[in-house]
Design a protein around this ligand. Structure first.
Ligand code: GDP
Ligand code: CA
Length: 310
């Protein structure tokens, strides 16, 4: 079964890990690049790296991002030299950023670089970028516009979000790889990722949402919001401050125009009729994923619910 997953970082990687370890699944992942930024002259792509590290099983399981067993000596040197070092980058991690940056400077396509990195980490799935162009989320707060990582890491998501802007998204071009993965999928899955800063910056690359809608595959999503709250991160506060309900229903509203089915937690029974009212079917499940077993079980459920396997 060909499954194409649309995913952000930590929540996306949990769903990816579940699908990755299902035997009958041929997995393609379209990851988010709108969190990318330059640090110390290197191009860092946090969500793509979280997917790579998770599936390669070298991820720091405690944090959910970064490489396990890391040291931070390079960052210590940079700090000593006077660079701002609020973005935590480990020594092993730096190696990847150096490689990516070098290849980009040589003019290689970012999608090919991401695929080559995935191959070197021995991943057996396809890891795809939605676009080879630079698209960056900017966050308007009471203190003005911040880059996404300034908001997320430096300010620890403390400021209220007044507005989001995906810089240069209108002129970005979807990659052939992403369009093909959507067109050829037997099932399209939207991971339980932040809808506003992980999923929308993928879908809003011109051509991607259209390709999702045009795809013959059933489209199923998993709610990142359980019982009105997040597992981790600012998605609930971000939804509320931007005028959405910070519930599974609020997320379903954002996805209603293209999803067929939304999987919500057992704790969110009260939202079923409202979500159905948006024209979406619902399925209730245990959608908090801690162990690999829980991820694989939910992934298998998605295939069963969608009717692509019996
Ligand atoms: P980021 O890019 O690292 O911020 O991660 P994502 O955007 O992929 O995912 C963040 C979202 O994942 C948050 O809204 C969390 O609530 C959600 N999330 C994290 N773990 C789980 C989980 O086990 N189950 C569900 N349903 N959502 C989760
Ligand atoms: Ca992210």
């Amino acid at each position: 079964v060909k499954v194409t997953l649309i995913a952000g970082g930590v929540g996306g990687a949990k769903m990816a890990e579940g699908l990755y370890h299902l035997e009958n699944v041929e997995l393609s992942i379209i990851g988010n690049i709108a969190d990318d930024d330059a640090f110390h002259g290197l191009w860092v792509s946090p969500d793509i790296d979280t997917l790579t590290y998770t599936l390669a099983d070298v991820i720091d399981r405690q944090q959910g991002w970064g490489v396990a067993d890391e040291s931070h000596r390079a960052l210590e040197t940079l700090s000593k030299l006077g660079d701002d070092t609020w973005m935590s980058l480990g020594d092993r991690d730096f190696g990847l950023h150096i490689y990516r940056t070098h290849r980009r400077r040589q003019g290689d396509r970012p999608t090919l670089i991401a695929q080559d990195i995935a191959k070197s980490f021995e991943l057996t799935c396809d890891l795809i970028l939605p676009t080879d162009d630079v698209v960056q989320t900017r966050v308007k707060t009471d203190a003005g516009w911040l880059s996404f990582q300034e908001y997320f890491v430096k300010e620890r998501c403390a400021p209220e979000v007044r507005e989001l802007h995906y810089d240069h998204i209108e002129e970005a071009h979807a990659t052939e790889e992403a369009l093909k993965a959507l067109a050829e999928a037997d099932l399209i899955v939207v991971a339980p990722s932040n809808p506003l800063v992980s999923i929308l910056p993928i879908l809003k690359v011109p051509g991607i949402l259209e390709a999702v809608k045009a795809a013959k595959a059933p489209k199923i999503g998993v709610s990142p919001i359980i019982n009105g709250g997040v597992v981790k991160g600012p998605a609930d506060r971000m939804l509320a401050s931007l005028g959405f309900e910070s519930t599974a229903f609020g997320v379903a509203q954002i996805y209603a125009e293209f999803l067929d089915c939304f999987v919500i937690d057992h704790a969110d029974e009260q939202h079923i009729s409202a979500i159905n009212g948006l024209g979406l079917s619902t399925s209730q499940d245990a959608i908090l994923m801690k162990t690999r077993e829980e991820k694989v079980r939910l992934a298998a459920e998605l295939l069963a619910i969608s009717g692509v396997v019996d």
